[in-house]
Design a protein around this ligand. Structure first.
Ligand code: SDX
Length: 393
């Protein structure tokens, strides 16, 4: 209450929502997908199995998994006309701007025939989005480097197919490395869902009006792009490159602490985790595994990141503010090692988070009690007043 206005604390409860998908304990640093600890799902390392779990609430049995993998693999192609949307962009357009545009454009191919009140239509829309995102992300990359689009291959796993579409050319097939493919599956699992973060709340709010689910996911992509959210992985790698060496860490930390500077330690801090983000630890382990597989265990940026993390975790400024590494701190280094260009890091995040967005959208739109979202405000503006003639203003 500000004296001028009182507000009903209950109104805050309308801003939240009930969900059974993902649970976070920010104080303990715990993350569960449908009750399963993220550590167990990451160790299993099967992204489509985690997709099935997030979407349906249970891990699949053999038959269910085979059917789900079959369904996803048969929806990986996009309409042939989609390529004309890409050709309208500048070659140097940021991939997230391309994804917002092309995922939004997908709505035009699946609008008239889509009845979101039909559970089957909801299911197929979810599968289409999960299946087509890797294809669109790879197409955005190929377009940016002037190479021809590469079609998906049904016999490849989700992550292997993505690497194929990204790095194969008509002249030479990408050589699948199972260690790298398994690492990418784990990276996607770590990014898959995170309860009511900004982009998921965007998708839920857009979807609550009954809007086309492809357009709702485009809205989520727009929100994820921000550097305070999914854009932090790109910003964290740029930050490490700017710091350059361990010797420069003290000066960087000084700038972060300087109240007059806007310098932040990108990849650190979180709205919910006031303890170590469990995903950051798993991401660091995955990062080391990939670098070791490539003989890059002495990668200077990885060493710099670990030194920076150690210093920050012992520094009163970060400790007192409960600032710990989040999912974005190491993800840029491991994606760079996989050959993914920095500008595409958030696109990979969007590719993974699509499963969380569609699972949360499906949960919301399937609720018979569901109503259009309408967050309220705490009004702090002018009280009623009278318009004066312009001569008196
Ligand atoms: C993601 O919501 C989700 O779940 C998101 C996500 C997901 O999976 O969907 O987890 C993905 O978005 C992870 C976050 C990625 N963003 C970054 O790494 C950008 C850098 N981090 C900050 O922008 C910040 O930590 C936020 C936005 C992430 C969280 O901000 P909070 O919780 O609102 O923290 P705050 O702004 O209240 O900060 C408290 C204090 C402030 O200092 P004082 O005003 O008290 O002096 O900590 C400072 C902040 O200035 N602070 C930082 C900092 N983060 C907060 N100082 C330096 N570096 C940072 N990174």
């Amino acid at each position: 209450a500000t004296g001028m206005f009182t507000y009903d604390p209950g109104f805050m409860s309308t801003a939240a929502c009930n969900s059974a998908i993902t649970y976070i304990d920010g104080d303990k640093g715990e993350l569960l997908y449908r009750g399963y600890p993220i550590e167990q799902l990451a160790a299993k390392g099967d992204f489509l199995e985690s997709c099935y779990l997030l979407l349906n609430g249970e891990l699949p049995n053999t038959a269910q998994k085979e059917e789900f993998v079959y369904m996803v693999s048969r929806h990986t192609m996009v309409h042939e006309q989609m390529q004309f949307f890409f050709r309208g962009f500048r070659r140097d357009a940021h991939p997230m701007s391309v994804l917002v545009g092309t995922v939004g454009a997908l709505a035009s191919f699946y609008h008239d025939s889509l009845d979101i009140n039909n559970p089957r239509h909801r299911e197929v829309s979810a599968i289409r989005l999960i299946a087509k995102m890797p294809t669109l992300v790879a197409m955005a990359y190929k377009y940016s480097i002037g190479q021809p689009f590469v079609y998906p291959k049904n016999e490849l796993s989700f992550s292997a197919n993505f690497m194929h579409m990204m790095f194969s050319t008509p002249c030479e097939e990408y050589k699948i490395n199972d260690v790298l493919v398994r690492a990418l599956d784990r990276i996607l699992i770590l990014h898959a869902d995170h309860e009511q973060n900004a982009s998921t709340s965007t998708v839920r709010l857009a979807g609550s009006s009954g809007a086309n689910p492809f357009a709702c996911i485009a809205a989520g992509i727009a929100c994820l792009w921000g550097p305070a959210h999914g854009g932090a992985n790109e910003a964290a790698l740029s930050m490490l490159e700017q710091i350059g060496s361990v010797d420069n860490i003290p000066e960087f930390i000084r700038q972060v602490k300087d109240k007059n500077s806007s310098v932040k330690l990108m990849g650190f801090g979180h709205r919910v985790y006031k303890n170590y983000d469990p995903r950051a630890k798993l991401m660091r382990e995955t990062c080391y595994e990939v670098l070791a597989e490539l003989g890059l265990e002495n990668d200077p940026l990885f060493k710099l990141a670990m030194a920076l993390e150690k210093i920050a975790l012992e520094d009163e400024y970060f400790v007192s503010r409960k600032l710990y590494p989040n999912v974005d701190f190491y993800s840029g280094i491991v994606q760079r090692a996989l050959g993914i260009p920095t500008a595409l890091f958030t696109g990979i995040f969007a590719m993974a988070r699509t499963i969380g967005w569609v699972a949360q959208w499906k949960e919301m739109i399937s609720d018979p009690e569901q109503k259009i979202g309408r967050p309220r405000q705490l009004f702090v503006g002018e009280t009623t007043r009278t318009v004066k003639p312009i001569a008196e203003r």
